[in-house]
Design a protein around this ligand. Structure first.
Ligand code: ADP
Length: 297
């Protein structure tokens, strides 16, 4: 097992950030770590990388007890923290040499790393002369310099333009071929494009932990319907095959069905039987975006 987290809880003063969180990851998996702001993602990542301690629980990375031996664990973990803290007055190579000396990595590794993250053309510049996308590559280069088995990336694509996002995603994907990668993001398409597995966390608790393929294979339909007048929720619940529903705003409902049959005609019948008019009706594929909204809103 590459990562094994068992019953981790973290309380900051009186703010509970993580509540009995457990998950594990095999080698070579890319895991998307999702959740609204404040869900506890960064806290979990800081604990996994040995930078802060939980109040209780256990964390192992590649069989090393991170809480007992954080320095040992950090030798096999690459970490790109949120906001990518870099010494921006340094030149790219100078910064990577500095990082290499911290990790006691042979300087000959630096050029290979620069090439791997696609920094060759920019490597002669000062970090503050680089675009945000290239600065992110410097952060990634620093994170992989010591050839870690596990990579923890906290929102690696935040603040990048669409082309940079695609490039960094490709990079994460290629790194994931040889490493276990856990990365947080707010972009659902990113998860669909890059990850093997998805963990959704909210208020410090894991709500979903599934392979992406499992999430895609289901018979759930999500239908967003707006009626012309207000209805009570027990009416919505009386529809066949309803598994969950939400009153999004005013007379708009967001209803999830578990059925192989198209549920739209049933909604029309329901409207007619109850003297309602349908103002709009949209079927949405049950993708990560709808799933995320359903479990976190
Ligand atoms: P996320 O990364 O999902 O946005 P965080 O792990 O940063 O979530 O935060 C989880 C919760 O813990 C939030 O309510 C946040 O305000 C709180 N928190 C995070 N860091 C600290 C801290 N150093 N002191 C007090 N509360 C904190």
């Amino acid at each position: 097992m590459s990562i094994k987290v068992t019953s981790v809880s973290k309380i900051y003063k009186n703010q509970k950030a993580l509540n009995e969180v457990s998950f594990s990851a095999d080698k070579g998996q890319i895991i998307g770590f999702l959740g609204p702001n404040g869900a506890g993602k960064s806290t979990m990542m800081k604990i996994l990388t040995g930078f802060i301690k939980p109040n209780s629980g256990e964390v192992f990375v590649d069989e090393i007890d991170v809480l007992k031996n954080p320095l040992e664990a950090q030798k096999i973990i690459g970490y790109l923290p949120e906001h990518n803290p870099l010494y921006t007055d340094m030149f790219v190579r100078e910064y990577l040499q500095f990082q290499a000396s911290i990790y006691k990595v042979d300087k000959s590794e630096i050029e290979a790393c620069i090439e791997k993250v696609g920094l060759t053309e920019e490597a002669h510049k000062k970090i503050n002369q680089l675009s945000k996308g290239y600065q992110q590559r410097v952060g990634l280069a620093a994170a992989i310099l010591h050839n870690p088995k596990v990579l923890i990336l906290d929102e690696p694509t935040t603040g990048l333009d669409p082309n940079q996002i695609v490039e960094i995603r490709e990079l994460i994907k290629s790194l994931g071929k040889e490493k276990t990668v856990l990365f947080s993001t707010h972009i659902m398409q990113e998860v669909e494009a890059v990850c093997d597995r998805v963990i959704i966390i909210k208020k410090g608790e894991i709500l979903i932990d599934k392979k992406l393929s499992e999430l895609k294979e289901n018979n759930q339909q999500v239908i967003e319907v707006t009626f012309d007048s207000k209805i009570e929720e027990q009416f919505v619940n009386s529809l066949p095959n309803v598994i969950s529903y939400k009153n999004n705003y005013e007379n708009t409902w967001y209803i999830t069905f578990e059925s192989t049959e198209d549920m739209r005609p049933k909604i029309f019948d329901f409207a007619q039987e109850n003297g309602l008019k349908i103002l709009s009706l949209n079927t949405q594929n049950k993708n990560l975006e709808t799933l995320f909204r359903e479990v976190t809103v």
